[in-house]
Design a protein around this ligand. Structure first.
Ligand SMILES: [Mg+2]
Length: 261
């Protein structure tokens, strides 16, 4: 995944808060655009300390004996995610029947859709760097986003094929697959886990080495469709996970911690 630093990311929080979200699903092209206009007064900016405290309260910040921060399963974040999962389960239940020779599939993003980066964000005080993120991914296991592992397993039992499409680099394939398996997701083997291969992009991505996130993700979903799958639902915590078509119904998982174009 590629992110901007906190300075750039934090300005987008207010914009995101008014994003078009109806019943957990996002309308096709309704993604938020970062507001780059300079505030005319400090009163137009949420104080960063307050903002971090709000985020911690929303996730039900819990500190363990080692001083590590984790989200709480009884938090408002967990409750909001549970509501979205309930809607998705109902939708998937009604669309599980295979028809027109298509195999049914769902697509999940990884970070903050399948696996929670909350602990990493707190460890790095919300300042993402590729180096610290790579180090974290190589050495730690992220917990599942509450209930997403159960939902994915359930969908698999209903006959859905579960695909993961992540902006993580190809070099993190083994760590990512191992983490997903360790916290109870369906198998993320080579044919079910797509990572971004910037050096050697697959031929089906016309944008090649210059793909934006939306181009990479939607192009990968188009490829999945070309393999005979019908994508019934697509889950992501960023609007760039859900835009560009080839999604079926889209489900936006909340993430007030950062914004990725
Ligand atoms: Mg994500």
């Amino acid at each position: 995944m590629v992110r901007k630093t906190l300075g750039n990311r934090s300005k987008t929080l207010a914009t995101l808060a008014v994003g078009v979200v109806v019943g957990g699903a996002v309308a096709g092209g309704g993604f938020a655009v970062a507001d780059t206009k300079a505030p005319r007064s400090d009163r137009q900016i949420t104080n960063m300390t307050d903002e971090v405290n709000d985020i911690k309260a929303y996730y039900g910040d819990t500190v363990d004996a080692q001083g590590e921060h984790w989200a709480s399963p009884t938090s408002n974040y967990a409750k909001q995610v549970a509501g979205i999962e309930k809607d998705a389960k109902q939708y998937l239940q009604g669309h599980a029947r295979h028809d027109k020779g298509k195999k049914k599939a769902i697509v999940l993003d990884v970070d903050d859709t399948s696996l929670s980066t909350y602990n990493y964000e707190l460890e790095t005080t919300f300042v993402y760097t590729p180096a610290s993120n790579a180090q974290y991914i190589a050495t730690k296991t992220m917990p599942a986003v509450f209930g997403m592992n159960t939902l994915a397993k359930w969908a698999e039992q209903q006959g859905y094929t579960v695909f993961f499409v992540t902006g993580r680099p190809e070099a993190q394939r083994s760590y990512t697959a191992a983490n997903l398996a360790a916290v109870g997701f369906p198998t993320a083997d080579a044919s079910h886990l797509y990572l971004k291969n910037k050096e050697n992009p697959p031929a089906y991505l016309a944008c090649g080495k210059t793909c934006t996130t939306i181009e990479y993700k939607s192009g990968t979903r188009a490829h999945i469709e070309s393999l005979g799958y019908q994508i019934v639902a697509n889950f992501g915590d960023q609007y760039s996970d859900l835009s560009g078509g080839h999604s079926g119904k889209t489900y936006k998982i909340p993430n007030p911690m950062y914004y990725l174009p």
